[in-house]
Design a protein around this ligand. Structure first.
Ligand code: ADP
Length: 635
């Protein structure tokens, strides 16, 4: 932003700072490409303006950064136009050339970006600029203030700049800063220090944002008089200008009023904002310190009354830093668009917390993964072990079943002789009677047919007994088939009769509808029934014959088949009942204790169960074998 307090931008109005310039100074010198203006003051006041304009056309190029030993290159922020800027600073140039003989002072008039580029390229030894711009160059390029301007009129260099809001004198509706909400406000440009940034800070302090709360923020550009024109003709409700602008208007000031003026003692102008230090003169990183010292001494000896300009020791620009930090501009623009690093610096406790949580989560995930793998391995090992145990249990069960059948056979062998004895004796009888009849000559065809027929029948009976026993004793794997329950029970009863020395009376009570079948392993179920019948027989073996009878009942319970084996024997006490199905539990002197445990395994392998209870009349024991999958013919 091109502006400086104490300098007029309104050619038709009395200039506040122009009073400091030496009227009619004649300027001479060359300009570098576009902006550099080596100056030599020629004391012919009446030619000053013409020569200054001519100077603009006569600039010559110098290589960037090139500096002759006798040159002092000063960049000044240009906001006045060439003539005014040259006039403004000519007392300073004159003083330096007078105090530092043999030196040529080259003055470069630059705008914001031009000065920044020249500083970056090392083309300047000193800069004179507004406090806001100085703070930016200080942060970016290490510019270091050595003097602060004293603009005169008794203003302290530390309290020299402010910003005012001007409204038309007849706008009685605008009294406080807050009244600007929803209004059109004219400014020269956003880079202006006194012309915008100071007011921006004051508005922000009361919660107003120029961009969001104004109806329009109109940027009208230089000269600053345009802002006043916009307000005067009603195209803007208010205008923001630097302090002392109004006072420089003279008569024309009457048509304007300063909005919300502050009481600032010893300050000659009305201001809407607090006051900030005046422009600094700063040296740059490469400026020789000795030169800085010479320049400072020379300029400190300037007198405002005599020279129109004066300099003081550097003021404190902290208030400018604070303003920029509040507005997040200049060196604090990073606060507005935070980078990842800035975010990390600002929110490091959160970042650290997040990192800790993330780390914890990663560790937790890794640990869970490790445990899952470990447990999966353990589980597969356990499953393999279970399969192995199941396989060996199956083998053992088959082995035990085989053993049980053999043990039954052992008992059977005693009775087998008895069972086979009858057909064999009958066969022998018939054979002997045939021999006798042949010896006596009484062998008739009829007698021969009867005897041989009976022999054949008895032989078949004996062979039937043997084949049933062989089938039972054979070690085999399970095979399911659809069987009629009554047939199953009948075969078991027939087998058991062969096993028992004095076979008891066994009654089969079939309550099932005819035609029903059940899918089972025929031999296994026979084995169960045989065991139950044999146990019932054992339980009543020493009791009177009427207690030795056994009953086998077939009944349906829904789709389940119930086979009940009931005896009238000794029954069992509670201990026996509770251990009944445990392997190797037996109360018999010659018992194995495997029968019922195998029977229950067989029942469960069929999806059924085996239980025992005492019959309702309290005599003997009843075993109930329940098997699923009974298929009855549809009625
Ligand atoms: P074992 O017949 O070799 O003893 P079991 O497993 O068949 O083996 O029978 C275990 C025990 O259950 C028998 O010793 C007996 O005490 C008891 N038991 C089995 N059936 C009956 C029954 N019908 N009445 C009384 N006790 C029985």
């Amino acid at each position: 932003m091109r502006e400086r307090p104490g300098a007029s931008v309104l050619s038709r109005m009395p200039a506040y700072a122009a009073a400091h310039a030496l009227p009619g100074q004649r300027l001479d010198g060359r300009h570098s490409k576009g902006d550099f203006a080596p100056m030599k003051l020629v004391r012919k006041p009446h030619l000053g303006i013409a020569l200054a304009l001519a100077t603009l056309l006569m600039w010559t190029c110098l290589p960037a950064g090139a500096r002759q030993n006798d040159e002092i290159r000063i960049g000044v922020l240009d906001f006045l136009g060439s003539e005014a800027t040259v006039s403004e600073w000519s007392p300073m140039v004159r003083r330096l050339e007078a105090s530092l003989p043999g030196h040529t002072v080259r003055l470069a008039r630059l705008d914001h970006s031009g000065m920044r580029a020249a500083v970056a390229a090392g083309e300047l030894d000193f800069i004179v600029t507004n406090p806001g711009h100085y703070v930016e160059l200080e942060a970016e390029f290490g510019a270091s203030r050595i003097l602060t301007l004293v603009a005169g009129h008794g203003r302290s260099p530390a309290r020299a700049l402010g910003s005012t809001v001007l409204v038309r004198a007849d706008r009685s509706d605008l009294r406080a800063l807050a009244d600007l909400r929803g209004k059109r406000v004219a400014i020269v440009g956003r880079e202006g220090f006194g012309g915008f940034q100071l007011m921006w800070g004051a508005l922000a302090a009361i919660g107003l944002s120029p961009d969001e709360d104004f109806a329009a923020l109109q940027t009208v550009g230089f000269p600053m008089s345009r802002v006043l024109e916009e307000v005067a003709n009603g195209r803007a409700d208010a205008g923001i200008v630097r302090t002392c602008m109004l006072e420089s208007l003279g008569e024309a000031a009457r048509s304007f009023r300063v909005l919300a003026p502050r009481a600032e003692p010893d300050f000659p102008c009305a201001t809407t904002t607090p006051l900030y230090p005046d422009w600094p003169l700063a040296s740059l990183r490469h400026t020789p310190p000795a030169l800085g010292k010479q320049v400072a001494i020379a300029l400190l000896s300037m007198d405002a009354a005599r020279d129109g300009l004066a300099w003081a020791v550097p003021a404190d620009y902290q208030s400018v830093h604070e303003l920029f930090r509040q507005l997040q501009i200049g060196p604090y623009a990073y606060l507005r668009e935070p980078t990842l690093m800035v975010l990390a610096q600002r929110y490091w406790p959160w970042v650290a917390g997040f990192a800790v949580v993330l780390l914890g989560w990663i560790l937790y995930t890794v640990r869970v993964e490790y445990l899952v793998q470990k447990r999966t391995a353990a589980l597969s090992a356990a499953l393999a072990e279970r399969d192995r145990l199941e396989a060996s249990a199956r083998d053992a069960q088959e082995q035990a079943g085989h053993l049980a059948r053999l043990s039954v056979l052992g008992e059977l062998s005693g009775t087998l002789a008895h069972e086979l004895n009858q057909p064999l004796a009958t066969i022998a009888n018939y054979a002997n009677s045939l021999i006798l009849r042949a010896d006596n000559g009484r062998l008739t065809d009829a007698a021969l047919r009867e005897a041989t027929g009976e022999i054949a029948a008895q032989a078949e009976r004996a062979s039937g007994i043997l084949s049933r026993i062989r089938a039972f004793a054979r070690k085999r794997t399970a095979a399911r088939e659809a069987v009629a329950p009554a047939e199953l029970a009948g075969e078991a009863i027939a087998l058991s009769r062969g096993m028992m020395a004095r076979a008891p009376d066994i009654t089969l009570l079939d309550t099932l509808a005819p035609g029903g079948v059940i899918e089972v392993d025929r031999l296994q179920i026979q084995q169960v029934l045989l065991n139950l019948l044999k146990n019932g027989y054992d339980a009543a073996r020493d009791l009177p014959p009427e207690r030795q009878k056994l009953e086998l009942t077939l009944a349906a319970a829904g789709s389940r088949l119930e086979i009940m084996v009931r005896d009238h024997g000794s029954g069992m006490d509670a201990t026996t009942h509770s251990h009944l199905f445990e392997p190797f539990f037996t109360t018999k002197p010659d018992g194995l204790g495997l029968g019922l445990s195998i029977c229950r395994s067989i029942a469960e392998a069929h999806g059924g169960r085996l239980a025992a209870d005492a019959p309702a009349d309290g005599i003997g024991t009843r075993f109930i074998l329940t098997l699923p999958g009974l298929q009855l013919p549809s009625p």
